[in-house]
Design a protein around this ligand. Sequence first.
Ligand code: P1T
Length: 385
Amino acid sequence: MKNSDAPYQFGTLAIHAGQPPEPTTGAVMTPIFQTSTYAQKSPGKHQGYEYSRTDNPTRTAYQTCIAALENAQHALAFSSGLATTDAILHTLKPGDHVISCDDVYGGTFRIFDKVFKKMGIEFSFIDLSDLKKAEAAFRPATRMIWMESPTNPMLKILDIGSLTAIAKRKNAISVVDNTFMSPYFQKPLQLGADLVVHSITKYINGHSDVVGGMLATNNNQLYQELKFFQNAIGAVPAPMDCFLVMRGIKTLHVRMERHAQNAIEIARFLEKHPRIERVIYPGLESHPQHCLARKQMSGFGGMISFFIRGGLQDARNFLEKVRIFTLAESLGGVESLIEHPAIMTHASIPAESRQALGIHDNLIRMSIGIEDLSDLKDDLNQALY
Ligand code: P1T
């Protein structure tokens, strides 16, 4: 790809953005610059790189690619999704107030509640699918609103355009965790968000072999501040991980299509199954925010949550019986994963909050992979009986 400014489409950018052939050898793949430091000609005179915590050419290529996919001017990579959250929360000071969606990844709740609360930052966990409740939660000290859409694990859809507009009026920064959709199905910056964040560990890498995080923004001041924290805190990804994620990204558009194709079929199949109480998938007409999902996303993704009839033991029996689905935390890989949010990914949320959110003992969450649909359906069916 010769002109990186041209308005190329998503799949072309996923394969080429930030990754021209390496100029000294013509290597088509971006090299893994496995170096911690860089020679200087004279003190302070270098070729743009001085130390790999600050910058590394493999990471630069990876950040450029993500920025292109999110239609952003800037992107910054971190060693995990939560390290990204950590850097963003460091832009706040004691006394500042954050509004977070109530249904949020358990680890995100934990870093807010157990790490930053101690440092004097206040949090309100609100059902942000209710715009009136969202607006009423703002205080003079509110500096940030934190959204996940769809939320993890209840798959609620938040109206990103309306929430970011409220935040702008109130002078608060809006952050959208776009992990579940990836930039292929949802572009929060275009909907008005100041920052978009990802657990790269999931769809963007897509192969369950890297833990990583990323943020993207069009706000120069925020970018400069966060670039400072990326270096000053130092939770950066290793060059090998940057390379692996770039390799994963090259098929992101193809994978996302297949995840979504499989997921809608499985959601419809489960909705008719006598052993299932309720299925939650944004692509189903029965999803309470199906219209909003249609409006702000270009696809419905690969995540399904459902309630099995019965209680914990019924959930356990089912989860022990699956053969192709792997019982494991995480999501977004080519392989199908399945998990029990109350015991696994959302155990750090207090039991009474889990109950209020609907994270009951018969709730199961699935990340639908890109295996053959009939095998996935057969596997679920045999485990349900
Ligand atoms: O695991 P890490 O790369 O640090 O990312 C944290 C994170 C952030 N945001 C969302 C929406 C997430 O789902 C996650 C991680 N989630 C899981 C491990 C999980 O199974 O839900």
